[in-house]
Design a protein around this ligand. Structure first.
Ligand code: OMP
Length: 265
């Protein structure tokens, strides 16, 4: 089974496009969990236990763990152990380097931490991305058009007749000989998302930017799903993990996504 087939299988089985971003900040962890020996792990355990029946993936942004030093890495490893089978784990490090060094990043993320998928920065080109593609059953989500305001600085520069992000999408399509390449597209860019989906009808798209960043959920679902209304992984972090009622909030996002997803078009 290719990575793309795995995404489809999990999303259809669980009837979910929701990916929760486990990006914990110590100060924001509720006081009763602060008192435990390992607040980050206990916080993640709490979120995972409340949401694992309604997600297709959890995304771990490495910065939130690396910021804590060695104990943060241990917390990441312990948190990954808490994810039940049948849910994808995404290591969001947006890494890359020359091929020789990128190989070590791929080894760390896929073999060391055993993530199912990672986010990859394509700026250094094909040889830098290739090490992430040598694991056929693991996914590499290539940054195409990001959710932040600075996305326009480079990604929307014209290169010939195309924007730079369109060139990235075209190249990612070429890299996808084994069904293990995906794209990152921000939910704050729904118009462009439609064009990207047309270009890559069967590629998984990781879509952050819903919730705290104000991305448009309805348009994202309408424009970003494949024709089978899947292959879109909608990441929500802060808006769910710090909600007063984590389960109710996650369920509401999950159900809203499925309402848009199942609506007649
Ligand atoms: P919230 O804004 O809390 O939902 O979290 C968004 C998560 O997605 C963070 O981990 C970001 O680093 C990540 N992200 C973006 O916000 N925008 C992007 O364009 C790409 C990513 C990413 O690759 O995940």
């Amino acid at each position: 089974m290719t990575f793309t087939e795995k995404v489809r299988d999990i999303q259809q089985t669980k009837n979910s496009l929701l990916c929760i971003g486990l990006d914990p900040v110590l100060e924001k962890i509720p006081p009763h969990l602060q008192k435990t020996g390992d607040p980050i792990v206990e916080f993640n355990r709490h979120v995972i236990e409340l949401t694992s029946d309604m997600v297709c993936a959890y995304k771990f942004n490495l910065a939130f763990y690396e910021a804590q030093g060695p104990s943060g890495i241990e917390a990441l490893e312990a948190s990954l152990e808490l994810v039940p089978p049948g849910i994808l784990t995404i290591g969001d490090g947006k890494r890359n380097d020359i091929g020789n060094s990128a190989e070590r990043y791929a080894e760390m993320l896929f073999e060391g931490l055993e993530f199912d998928a990672v986010t990859v920065n394509p700026y250094m080109g094909t040889d830098s991305v290739e090490p992430f593609l040598t694991y056929p059953d693991k996914g590499a989500f290539i940054l195409a058009l990001t959710s932040n305001p600075g996305a326009k600085d480079f990604q929307k520069l014209k290169v010939g007749n195309h924007y730079l992000y369109e060139k990235v999408v075209q190249r990612a399509k070429k890299w996808n000989t084994q069904g293990n390449v995906g794209l990152v597209v921000g939910a704050t860019q729904p118009r462009e998302l439609a064009g990207i989906r047309k270009h890559v009808p069967e590629m998984p798209i990781l879509l952050p930017g819903v919730g705290a960043q104000g991305g448009d959920l309805k348009k994202s679902v309408e424009q970003g799903c494949s024709k089978y209304r899947d292959l879109l992984l909608i990441n929500v972090g802060r808006a769910i993990i710090y909600a007063k009622n984590v389960r109710d909030t996650a369920l509401e996002v999950h159900d809203t996504i499925n309402t848009y997803r199942n609506a007649k078009r």
